[in-house]
Design a protein around this ligand. Structure first.
Ligand SMILES: Cc1cc2nc3c(=O)[nH]c(=O)nc-3n(C[C@H](O)[C@H](O)[C@H](O)COP(=O)(O)O)c2cc1C
Ligand SMILES: Nc1ncnc2c1ncn2[C@@H]1O[C@H](COP(=O)(O)OP(=O)(O)OP(=O)(O)O)[C@@H](O)[C@H]1O
Length: 317
């Protein structure tokens, strides 16, 4: 898979290098949830039917971050994670369009004639509620006409779960509420954060629960503060564990930035500086302020038991 960065307007050189008949799925696709997958899988299938490459066009940074509005609080799938998942979906090319103030002013007509037509898009695949161009004034039904009928358009119907449209904003809200069943159900996989193990305050080992302090590698959406049952991938191995996302109110009064602390079961190695891929499988409870370290330790022991049950770990007697 090739990842191609581009900005509007396209240069003559860029067009010369990249123009070729292709099937293109267009969207923000943050999260690459089941609704997005149905759009992208449609593009991959149509591309193989007509014998053309399957491409995806997405935008970076997130428009809500640039426009400073809406519910932006980080990425569900930051760029590297998005690329990894798209590669697994069988996409041939990913176009990452630089989203900035100037691009937000481009009209629907100019987006189609200045970007899609020069790239020789054979078929554009979009969701039923796709909007584009200045103030989102363009919609799926306009694409074909704006291309002067040079492009086919395939509009994918809503992907629903229990009658609700699967959406990135719904997943963000579920993460804030600790509703991992909904978040993971809509994503079609566990929500995951990739990070590097850094030095913490070294209190965990003293408490009998050593924790790896995970610094996210990119700007991920963080879930609500609290305790989660997790599966952790490290160097080709998978471990079960329990994670606290929080500000540790038992020890701090003023911390505002939550830390991610993972205790892995049946693991006792030095992993400072190493990369962990942490999947948030289940939410266990909200973070609380305890009266003493002993009370917190008792609760952590219960959390660990709960996590083991939820993850189906054989309990060691
Ligand atoms: C499963 C688990 C649950 C935790 N729950 C809380 C909590 O409810 N309140 C709190 O103040 N700290 C909580 N902590 C955070 C511990 O205070 C923290 O992990 C400990 O201080 C070790 O981290 P440190 O060495 O960086 O200080 C929890 C940690 C774990 C592993
Ligand atoms: N549930 C869905 N079913 C079908 N198509 C969808 C669905 N969700 C999004 N799409 C389509 O995928 C593309 C990318 O959409 P976008 O990332 O804006 O989706 P979203 O998840 O609804 O985001 P948000 O919740 O932030 O509005 C668009 O073409 C959109 O119409």
């Amino acid at each position: 898979m090739e990842t191609i960065s581009l900005s509007y307007p396209l240069s003559a050189q860029f067009i010369e290098n990249n123009a070729r008949p292709q099937v293109l799925a267009i969207g923000q696709f943050d999260g690459l949830h089941l609704g997005h997958a149905s759009v992208i899988e449609t593009a991959v299938r149509l591309a193989s039917e007509v014998g053309l490459p399957a491409s995806v066009m997405t935008f970076h940074p997130h428009p809500k971050e640039v426009m400073k509005k809406g519910d932006y609080d980080g990425y569900l799938t930051p760029p590297q994670e998005k690329e990894r998942i798209l590669r697994n979906m069988g996409v041939d090319n990913v176009y990452i369009v630089e989203f900035n103030d100037a691009f937000s002013q481009v009209s629907p007509q100019d987006f189609v004639t200045g970007m899609l037509v020069p790239l020789q898009i054979h078929t554009a695949v979009v969701g039923f509620d796709f909007h584009f161009g200045y103030r989102g004034e363009g919609h799926a039904g306009m694409l074909r006409e704006l291309s002067n009928n040079t492009m086919e358009v395939n509009t994918v119907p809503p992907f629903l779960i229990s009658g609700e449209k699967v959406s990135s904003s719904g997943i963000r809200k579920a993460l804030q509420e600790g509703n991992m069943e909904l978040a993971n159900g809509w994503l079609g996989r566990p929500y995951a954060i990739k990070g590097t193990v850094s030095h913490g305050e070294k209190r965990g080992r003293q408490m009998g629960y050593p924790t790896a302090n995970v610094k996210p590698d990119e700007h991920y959406v963080l879930p609500t503060t609290g305790v989660f049952a997790v599966r952790v991938h490290h160097n080709g191995n998978t471990y079960s564990g329990v994670m606290n996302v929080g500000v540790k109110p038992t020890f701090h009064n003023d911390a505002t930035v939550p830390s991610l602390e993972v205790h892995l079961f049946d693991f006792n190695g030095d992993i400072y500086g190493e990369s962990l891929h942490v999947e948030l499988a289940h939410f266990i409870r909200k973070e609380r302020k305890f009266g003493s370290m002993e009370e917190l330790m008792e609760q952590i022991a219960k959390d660990a038991e709960t996590a083991k049950k939820l993850l189906g770990c054989a309990s060691k007697q």
